[in-house]
Design a protein around this ligand. Structure first.
Ligand SMILES: Cc1ncc(C[n+]2csc(CCOP(=O)(O)OP(=O)(O)O)c2C)c(N)n1
Length: 319
């Protein structure tokens, strides 16, 4: 990767972090309703896994979904307005935090049902194969999803039919407050997936470069028609499961251990060292990101909710 590319990766990660820090603040001020599940700490997984994709590739995620859209290039104002439930939102305010969607960028949804995105990814993968395309489907889900029946059905079909899918499991060690050891008979989630006819590997999800190289291998395999790959990204979320979770089930030491391996700090250190990027250049990028976030908040604040009549027209269609 060259200097320009690594700085682009840093900017994407910084934008993701700053966006969600702002969301936490605005959520606490009551500016948005519904649930809000933040990705803070896991940014290297999304930025790394999506790095090799082309605009015509497909992406799906769970309810912890804000960052995927930002990385895919959805306007931050459209994501923020969606969280406000406003009509400028990427789903005109009808989806909200857990149900983001951007057809133009082939982001096919945030799914609030755990593992709900996995069979949809199989459908998309099958459609790519049927049309003899070379697009790839990247499907994100948490460790908790690997205990769902539909997840196993989806992986089985993807492996059997050699579909062009990259399954990215964000193993952040917890499903709400239940740790992997207490919920999965097989704690090694890569091994658990490997029986479905696909290569499966565990990757340090706190390291952007390791995520990129795993994703590049998986995407290349899928494009060559060799079928799916499973990546277990070992990572950690700094915050509770959602904004209403005080996360009392884990110790301060545990959180501090992971914060000490912060993905943004790590990437900044690597770039500073390898490309001799001066601090002022990082400061410039940080300032640019702050402005982008302010602009996003301004879009959301200035917006309005759809009227019931407008909403009804979008939700119901005549058969
Ligand atoms: C089928 C189903 N069962 C239970 C829930 C309630 N629920 C919401 S999030 C969650 C935990 C999922 O954890 P994980 O898949 O590890 O994702 P993470 O939140 O760690 O990103 C559960 C059990 C749900 N939404 N859907």
């Amino acid at each position: 990767m060259n200097r320009q590319e690594v700085l682009r990766a840093y900017r994407q990660m910084r934008l993701a972090r700053a966006f969600e820090t702002k969301v936490a603040e605005l959520y606490q001020k009551g500016r948005m309703g519904g649930f809000s599940h933040l990705y803070t700490g896991e940014e290297a997984v999304a930025v790394g896994a999506l790095w090799p994709l082309r605009p015509d590739d497909h992406v799906l995620g769970s309810y912890r979904d804000h960052v995927y859209l930002l990385v895919r290039g959805t306007d931050p104002g459209a994501v923020m307005a969606e969280l406000y439930g406003h009509s400028d939102g990427c789903c005109k305010g009808l989806g909200g935090s857990m149900h983001l969607y951007d057809r133009e960028r082939n982001f096919h949804g945030g799914y609030a049902i755990v593992a709900g995105e996995c069979p949809v990814a199989v459908g998309l993968g099958l459609s790519v194969k049927y049309r003899e395309g070379d697009q790839v489907v990247v499907c994100f889900f948490g460790d908790g999803a690997t205990n769902q029946g539909v997840y196993h059905e989806a992986l089985n079909m993807a492996g059997l039919w050699k579909l062009p899918i990259v399954f990215v499991c964000e193993n952040n060690e917890y499903a709400i407050g239940t740790s992997v050891e207490r919920s999965s008979a097989e704690r090694n989630l890569a091994r658990k997936a490997s029986v479905y006819g696909m290569p499966a590997e565990a990757v340090d999800g706190m390291d952007f470069f390791k995520m990129v190289s795993a994703a590049e291998r998986a995407v290349a395999r899928a494009r060559r028609g060799e079928g799916p790959t499973f990546i277990e990204a070992r990572c950690y979320r700094y915050r509770g499961h959602s904004m209403s979770d005080p996360a009392t089930y884990r110790s301060k030491e545990e959180v501090e251990f992971w914060r000490g391996r912060d993905v943004l700090e790590k990437l900044r250190g690597q770039i500073r060292h390898d490309f001799e990027v001066p601090d002022e250049e990082f400061d410039g990028l940080d300032a640019e990101v702050r402005e982008a976030i302010e602009a996003a908040v301004a879009v959301a604040e200035a917006g309005r909710e759809l009227s019931l009549e407008e909403a009804r027209k979008l939700v119901y269609v005549r058969p």
